[in-house]
Design a protein around this ligand. Structure first.
Ligand SMILES: Nc1ncnc2c1ncn2[C@@H]1O[C@H](COP(=O)(O)OP(=O)(O)OP(=O)(O)O)[C@@H](O)[C@H]1O
Ligand SMILES: [Mg+2]
Length: 469
């Protein structure tokens, strides 16, 4: 069993105290260690430290006994009433305790840290980095997005002491959220994937979004490297932040003058190929999934590898193993193989819908069908942001189905011949989409998590066959 934290280290990092068998704090130096960290007893492994976090809707303190019964090596709590187990570590506040562990993990870490933020593409880029850096040394990253006030410290607290690389995804919904997380992460390389209109409702403007992302760059050490898209809104914010940190600014994209640039790009249904040129080195890249946006993410990931002086050809070759995450662009055959499905049901923003429509456009098919659900968190910008997608949707799709109140404005802006159907919710739209499919079609399903487009994916998955074309 690996030793992630000794009990003595847990006490030292958090200022907490383990209990004795009578339920009293003990001053004896505790023995033993924990091998992992859990905040959910359903996925807890024996040997884990269970941290009883208190959320809005739930309180981990209700599950401490269950965690101990499942073999937790320790349980961090801030309410110990009724607990008389020497595995219980009492701290002033468990969220603070988790953050203290994150800070201690970062302090003891001798490897390099890459932080990834951006409006879209964080998890995809993080997964690419996991492959690229993993080809060069032991690499730690969270298994899911984990990019918020608990996800970031949890990822750091789980960082094995002997890893060479750590990748941290940092997200935000509101102004000011990135900086405290970035100070915890203290990246050596800061990577911004994209600047787009996601969360525009809370943020108010693209400038505000760019400034927020740029705050990550200010936490670089002098001589650290920031990697930013070469065509994104916010170049002046990135430059100012890099100057503030005395960091280097690398650009990445299709511009031949960029520090990392791509050429000979081919993005088809068979995958995405390009040549990455970074700091004077050219490497061929093949990603076995379609999408120009994937090439851009891969280029940025490879730039981060170059920034860390790792072996670039090895890093590029590792991308052969990339597979799109769940609901993030997986291609499959449905209806007995008659229809191609592009599953983008995980989430949607203007940038990612445009990217997905572009992928749809390049899938060989007799007809291309887009099924689009509402984008959320756009506030007053919702109607304009949805309507603006009518043009790219009409270019890429022969027929467009729309779901949800905001998508009504896109639907109404489509040419009549492109209008499939609109419905208020996914359950109502699913049968209409199923009935419209014909042999040889390709269908894209995309929408914000809350628009429940995965229910349409589920309905499509039950189709045994469709009518001939
Ligand atoms: N560079 C990109 N440009 C546009 N769309 C992208 C890009 N990278 C990924 N996407 C698409 O955006 C969606 C979300 O991707 P991903 O999960 O990587 O983003 P994220 O930033 O981690 O999102 P979240 O904020 O929900 O954690 C997916 O549909 C994906 O295919
Ligand atoms: Mg994510």
């Amino acid at each position: 069993m690996s030793n992630l934290w000794t009990r003595a280290e847990l006490e030292a990092a958090t200022g907490g105290r383990f209990l004795d068998c009578a339920g009293q704090p003990t001053t004896a130096t505790p023995e033993g260690a924990v091998s992992g960290i859990s905040i959910d007893t359903r996925t807890l492994q024996p040997g884990d430290l269970f941290i009883a976090l208190k959320g809005d809707a739930s309180d981990g303190h209700a599950h401490v006994q269950a965690a101990l019964d499942k073999g937790a090596a320790a349980a961090m709590v801030h309410r110990a009433a009724g607990l008389a187990d020497p595995r219980v570590l009492v701290v002033a506040d468990t969220m603070q305790g988790l953050q203290d562990l994150a800070v201690a993990a970062r302090t003891r870490f001798a490897g390099k840290v890459v932080a990834v933020t951006g409006s879209v593409g964080k998890t995809t880029t993080k997964e690419m980095l996991r492959l690229c850096l993993g080809a060069n040394g032991k690499t730690h990253a969270a298994e899911a997005s984990y990019n918020n006030h608990w996800g970031v410290p949890l990822t750091l607290a789980r960082l094995p002491r002997d890893a060479a690389f750590c990748i941290s995804e940092i997200g935000m919904n509101h102004p000011g959220e990135i900086l405290p997380l970035a100070h915890m992460v203290r990246p050596d390389v800061a990577l911004i994937t994209t600047i787009g209109s996601a969360h525009l409702g809370h943020m108010g403007s693209l400038d505000a979004i760019a400034a927020e992302k740029a705050s990550l760059i200010t936490t670089l050490p002098a001589g650290g490297i920031a990697i930013v898209p070469d065509d994104a809104h916010g170049a002046s914010f990135f430059a100012a932040a890099a100057q503030q940190a005395s960091a280097s600014l690398w650009t990445a994209g299709a511009n031949p003058n960029s520090t990392a640039h791509m050429s000979a790009l081919h993005a088809g249904a068979d995958g995405t190929h390009f040549t990455a040129s970074i700091a004077g080195v050219d490497v061929p890249v093949h990603i076995p999934a379609p999408g120009v946006h994937l090439a851009r993410n891969a280029l940025s990931a490879l730039a981060a590898c170059a920034a860390l002086n790792t072996n670039l050809p090895k890093a590029a070759a590792a991308l052969e193993a990339f597979a799109p995450g769940k609901g993030r662009g997986a291609l499959s055959r449905i209806a007995g193989g008659a229809v191609t499905l592009l599953d983008e049901s995980y989430n949607a923003s203007s940038a990612s819908i445009r990217a997905a429509l572009d992928v749809l456009h390049h899938i060989p098919a007799s007809r291309r069908i887009a099924v689009l659900g509402d984008m959320r968190e756009l506030g007053d910008f919702a109607t304009a942001e949805h309507t603006a997608l009518a043009q790219p949707a009409a270019v890429s799709a022969d027929l467009v189905f729309c779901c949800g109140p905001h998508m009504k404005s896109l639907f109404d802006a489509l040419p009549h011949a492109r209008q499939g159907a609109w419905a208020d919710n996914a359950a109502s739209l699913a049968p209409l989409v199923c009935a419209a499919l014909r042999t040889g079609d390709a269908v894209l399903v995309k929408g914000s998590l809350g628009s429940r487009m995965r229910d349409i994916i589920a309905a499509l998955g039950t189709l045994a066959a469709v009518e001939p074309a």
